[in-house]
Write a protein of this length. Structure first.
Lengths: 111, 122, 170
C-alpha cells in the first residue's frame, strides 16, 4: 500500500519537474524563468523525496529524505531571491511587454 | 508561426516521453523490487528534464539565465539521488543528495553575490 | 532557558535524525558536536528565547500556517504548469511594491519564502527600513500598492504575526 502511494508521489514529482524545466526553456526572461523553475522543481523534488520516504519507510534513507525536504523548502526560495536581486542590480532588463517595474523607479530615486 | 513551433515541440516532447516509457534502456538495479522497471523510466525522465536545463545553460542570453539553470540542475540531481537510493537499496545515495543540495545552495549564493556586485563579461 | 540550551537540543535532534537509527557511538558523537555548536553559535542563532516557550505558537504554526502553505504551493504548481503548456504563454509580468507590518527577521524571511512559493509571485528585494517588499508578479492584476498588498501579503501576514511577533500573546 505505502509502496503504491510512494509511486504515485514519485510520478507527480516527475511530471512537475518536467513542467518546470519546460518553463525554463519556453518563458521569455530571467524573472519568469526563475518563477516557473523554482516553484515547479522545488515541489517536484520534494514530492519525489516524500515518495522515497513512503517507499523505504522509517529507515536511514527515509529519515534523510524527510530532512532533505525541510532543507530544500527553506533554501530554494532564498537562492531564487538572491539570483533575482543580483540580476536586477546588474542590469538585466525585464521582458519588453512587462507592465510595470516599481523596483527600478524606486532605485532611480536612490542613486 | 508560434502555433507551428508549439505543435512541433509538443509532438517531439510527447514522442520522447512515450519512447522512454515504451522502450526503456537498462539502468543500475541492485535490488529485487516489484516496481524496478518504473524506476528506470523515472531516471530517464529526470535526464530529459536535465537536458532542458543544459539547453538553457548553452543558449542563455545573459549570465543570469545560466546561473538559474545551474541552480535548477542541482535540485534535479537531489531527486536523481533519491530514486537511485530506492532502486539500489543503498542509503548513502541520500547522503550524496543532501551534500549536493548544500553545496549547490552555497554556490548559487556566491554566484548571485558576484553577479550583483560586478556582473559577468559575456 | 538560555539560547544555548535550546540550540543544543535542536542540534542534537537534527543529528539523531541524520544518523537514524541512533546507537551509542552516534549519540556520544552527537552530544560532543552539539555542545561545540551550541557554545559557538548560541547567541547568534536564537535571539528571542522567551518566545520559544509558548506552546500556542507551535500549534499555530502546525495547524494554521502549514496547511495553508501546502494548499497554496499545490495551486501555484498547477498554475505554472497551465501557463507553461499553453500555446500563447498567458503572462503579464511586472514588479510591484507591497507593504508589510512584520518586524522580526525570521518572520520576514518566512514571509518572503511563502510569497516565492505561492501562485505567480516571487520576492525580489526587501527594504526593512520602509517595510516594503518588491514582488515580481507573473500576472499583474493591480499595480496599486494597497490592492497588491491585499492580494499577495495578507494570506500569510496575520498567521505569521501570531507566530513570531511579540505583541499579541495567546
Amino acid at each position: 500500500m505505502s509502496q503504491t502511494l510512494g509511486l504515485i508521489f514519485i510520478i507527480i514529482g516527475l511530471a512537475f519537474d518536467v513542467f518546470g524545466c519546460l518553463g525554463l526553456v519556453r518563458l521569455p526572461d530571467v524573472y519568469n524563468r526563475l518563477q516557473a523553475a523554482t516553484k515547479c522543481v522545488t515541489m517536484g523534488t520534494c514530492s519525489i523525496l516524500f515518495g522515497t520516504f513512503l517507499t523505504v519507510g522509517f529507515s536511514a534513507a527515509g529519515m534523510k529524505a524527510l530532512m532533505c525536504i525541510v532543507f530544500l523548502v527553506l533554501t530554494t526560495p532564498v537562492a531564487a531571491h538572491a539570483i533575482a536581486r543580483g540580476a536586477h542590480r546588474s542590469g538585466v532588463a525585464l521582458w519588453r511587454s512587462s507592465v510595470v517595474d516599481q523596483y527600478a523607479e524606486d532605485r532611480e530615486g536612490e542613486n | 508561426m508560434k502555433r507551428t513551433r508549439w505543435v512541433i515541440g509538443s509532438i517531439f516532447l510527447t514522442g520522447l516521453v512515450i519512447g522512454i516509457i515504451v522502450y526503456p534502456l537498462p539502468f543500475l538495479f541492485f535490488q529485487e523490487l516489484p516496481h524496478l522497471p518504473f524506476l528506470g523510466r523515472a531516471l530517464y525522465i529526470l535526464l530529459l528534464a536535465a537536458a532542458m536545463c543544459l539547453y538553457r545553460i548553452n543558449r542563455g542570453p545573459t549570465s543570469a539565465d545560466r546561473i538559474v539553470a545551474v541552480d535548477i540542475l542541482g535540485i534535479l540531481i537531489v531527486g536523481f539521488c533519491a530514486i537511485l537510493s530506492i532502486s539500489t537499496g543503498r542509503s548513502w545515495y541520500m547522503d550524496i543528495g543532501i551534500a549536493w543540495a548544500l553545496q549547490s545552495f552555497i554556490g548559487t549564493l556566491a554566484l548571485a553575490k558576484y553577479l550583483e556586485k560586478k556582473g559577468f563579461e559575456e | 532557558m538560555s539560547p544555548k540550551i535550546i540550540l543544543f537540543l535542536f542540534a542534537f535532534i537534527v543529528w539523531c535524525l541524520f544518523s537514524w537509527v541512533p546507537d551509542g557511538a552516534h549519540l556520544l558523537g552527537g552530544i560532543v558536536v552539539a555542545l561545540i555548536v551550541a557554545f559557538m553559535m548560541g547567541d547568534l542563532v536564537i535571539q528571542r528565547p522567551h518566545l520559544m516557550l509558548h506552546p500556542g505558537r507551535y500549534v499555530n504554526f502546525i495547524f494554521l500556517y502549514v496547511p495553508v502553505f501546502l494548499w497554496e504551493v499545490l495551486k501555484a504548481n498547477i498554475d505554472v504548469a497551465y501557463r507553461v503548456v499553453h500555446p500563447e504563454l498567458p503572462i503579464n509580468p511586472g514588479i510591484v511594491k507591497v507593504k508589510t507590518s512584520l518586524q522580526s527577521d525570521i518572520a520576514l524571511t518566512l514571509l518572503a519564502n511563502s510569497i516565492t512559493l505561492t501562485p505567480g509571485t516571487m520576492s525580489v528585494d526587501i527594504d526593512k527600513d520602509k517595510s516594503v517588499l518588491y514582488i515580481h508578479w507573473i500576472d499583474v492584476r493591480s499595480s496599486d500598492i494597497e490592492a497588491a498588498t491585499r492580494i499577495i501579503v495578507e494570506r500569510f501576514e496575520k498567521t505569521l504575526r501570531k507566530i513570531f511577533e511579540e505583541g499579541n500573546k495567546e
